[in-house]
Design a protein around this ligand. Structure first.
Ligand code: UD2
Ligand code: MN
Length: 579
């Protein structure tokens, strides 16, 4: 019986062996039904579950396929490593046509991979510092990108650079607000495209043109991350860009932190690094402007070029801010339209209401700077920009708003709208005043903290006014009929004796032989004697102490001359003079 059982078992074994052999060698390998079931019961990757819950409609799929045919993913192709692309002269016509669509070289952009490589531009100190961040402890961020009629390839390059160069666990989501674009590819095909990206991307299509300010607010209202990170839609982030920003906000949530904004050429799309000794300021026009970081700020940073710069203003497009703090200090001014002004408004507000504004030199993001805006300004370009700037001036600048209205008289005739809400905000937050801001945060400002006049300067002998004539540094200002509205005739005599019109200062030269002896020059950061005059309101003479000459007229043009208190050509009066 034992033998029989053994034989039977032996035969069964052989059969089984043959069966398996047969199965594994002769038939193609397939997953058994049992295995498949087991596989299906496994918890599903939440990202995969979110991908394409519904089948894509064929038209969208086709549109997307079409787009992707012309989208390069060859990350070592043209433009790789941040290089520029030269267009063959035979395509000149096409290039020029396409340029108009977005006011940058779209043909070049389209040739460059949307996931192109870029060098790591950080200093070695920044790279060393990177290793000191506790990446697992940093807060998560919601990246908010608003756009109106952005180009496909620049928009995708923005997304891919973020995804490729950010620690995944720090990215809560990317929120894209389509500010009522009228280009089809930005609708369903884009929705479909982003579903396939490995991080959550939410798109909202606004049905009304809201302007970038209100579009950003739509984004910030839906953000789930702890930190909001605003970006323009045509940027490329570089290696290590995110942790330095989050680290600063994490250290103190009152810090609002911007990266260094590098330049992506609007012509070749070459990535060109910007200076790490540049900060943000503003001029009398209330334009945001880049200036050299002054010595005192370098000293405060102990000359460590990797330490954050305390900047008076930010350019506006790219910055990280704690969501709670953003809400606490009044988000943005919803009364602002389309474009412009919000950058200075948030800059003044952050500083005046207890925050800090920084540029972190270890975070670099490239941005396509354009010479012109490609899109429409509903309501008129100048009107919109004046409206926004006037709101900033009315709410935050106190008496110093006079500099803006003197320089941009047209802004006086634009309705700034109701600002009571924003003034109340300033009141409730008990923000400091603009004088405090100028004295403590931005003493180098073209708007002088201490001034004795603002407005026109009249010459009594000629009954004419000093006029920049729109001339540049190195040229002599003109003397023309007074029109009393400011603009080129807007000047300020400052407490320290300079006579300036925005960024230009009257400059008298010592040892002059011939010529007028007077010019306009970019005002020095620290007042120098060639810019210092002494005004005597009784004799009305404007004397230049270091050359001992007086501001005068020689054959109808402005000139320095030996002082003579009987000469009416040496008598001047300054509008809104308060000694
Ligand atoms: C700079 C800022 C920009 C903003 C602006 C002043 C940088 C790099 N850029 O101008 O972010 O602060 O100054 O307002 O600091 N957009 C809309 N709706 C509109 C108009 C624009 O969504 O009605 C989008 C636009 O597609 C872009 C973003 O807003 O993604 C900024 O506009 P921009 O690129 O024309 O502004 P830019 O860089 O000249
Ligand atoms: Mn931009």
């Amino acid at each position: 019986a034992i033998l029989l059982t053994s034989i039977v078992w032996f035969l069964i074994d052989i059969l089984i062996l043959f069966y398996t052999l047969d199965n594994s060698t002769l038939e193609p390998k397939t997953i058994s039904r049992a295995e498949r079931l087991q596989h299906e019961q496994k918890p599903v990757d939440p990202y995969k579950a979110a991908v394409r819950p519904d089948p894509v409609d064929p038209a969208t799929q086709e549109a997307l396929d079409q787009l992707l045919q012309h989208t390069s993913f060859q990350n070592f192709g043209p433009g790789s490593n941040g290089e520029g692309v030269k267009i063959d002269p035979s395509q000149d016509q096409k290039m020029k046509e396409m340029f108009k669509e977005n006011q940058f070289n779209l043909l070049a952009s389209n040739m460059i991979a949307v996931n192109r490589t870029l060098p790591d531009f950080r200093s070695s100190k920044c790279q060393r510092d990177y290793n000191t961040y506790h990446l697992s402890e940093l807060p998560t961020t919601s990246i908010i990108i608003v756009f109106h009629n952005e180009a496909w390839t620049t928009l995708l390059r923005t997304l891919h650079s973020i995804i490729d160069r950010s620690p995944r666990h720090l990215l809560e989501e990317i929120i894209m607000i389509d500010d009522c674009s009228d280009r089809d590819y930005l609708k369903k095909p884009l929705n479909e495209y982003v579903k396939r990206l490995p991080i959550p991307v939410h798109i909202v299509h606004l049905s009304e043109r809201s302007g970038l300010i209100r579009a950003r607010l739509t984004g910030s209202n839906m953000a789930k991350g702890k930190v909001l990170l605003f970006l323009d839609a045509h940027v490329e982030v570089t290696e290590g860009w995110l942790p330095p920003l989050l680290d600063r906000v994490h250290g103190d949530r009152k810090r609002v932190v911007a990266p260094i904004i590098d330049v992506i050429s609007d012509d070749t799309f070459e990535y060109v690094t910007a200076s790490d000794t540049t900060w943000g300021g503003f001029n009398w026009h209330l334009n945001f402007r880049w200036y050299t970081v002054p010595e005192r700020e370098m000293a405060r940073r102990k000359y460590d070029r990797s330490s954050p710069i305390r900047t008076p203003t930010i350019a506006g497009g790219l910055f990280a801010v704690d969501k709670q703090f953003f809400n606490d200090i009044g988000t943005y001014d919803e009364g602002m339209q389309v474009w412009g002004g919000e950058n200075l408004e948030i800059s003044f507000r952050v500083w005046m209401c207890g925050g800090f504004l920084e540029i972190h030199p270890c975070s670099r993001v490239g941005h396509v700077f354009r010479k012109q805006t490609p899109y429409t300004f509903p309501g008129g370009t100048a009107k919109v920009i004046h409206h926004n700037a006037a709101r900033t001036a009315e709410v935050w600048m106190d008496e110093y708003k006079a500099f803006f209205y003197q320089m941009v008289p047209a802004a006086k005739n634009v309705d700034a709208g109701d600002v009571t809400e924003r003034r109340r905000l300033r009141e409730n937050l008990q923000c400091k005043d603009f004088r405090w801001y100028l004295e403590n945060i931005y003493p180098e400002a073209p708007v002088p903290v201490n001034y004795v006049s603002i407005g026109q300067i009249i010459n009594h002998g000629q009954n004419k006014c000093l006029d920049t004539m729109g001339k540049k540094s190195g040229e002599t200002p003109g003397l023309v009929t007074c029109h009393g509205v400011g603009g080129n005739q807007a000047w300020s005599l400052t407490r320290d004796g300079t006579i300036r019109s925005d960024e230009l200062c009257l400059t008298a030269y010592s040892g002059y032989t011939g010529g007028t002896g007077i010019k306009m020059e970019k005002c020095a950061v620290k007042t120098v004697s060639r810019n210092v005059f002494k005004y005597d309101p009784v004799s009305r003479m404007v004397q230049h102490p270091s050359t001992d000459r007086c501001l005068s007229i020689k054959s109808t043009s402005l000139a320095m001359d030996d002082c003579n208190n009987l000469d009416p050509d040496q008598q001047w009066s300054f509008a809104n003079f308060k000694p």
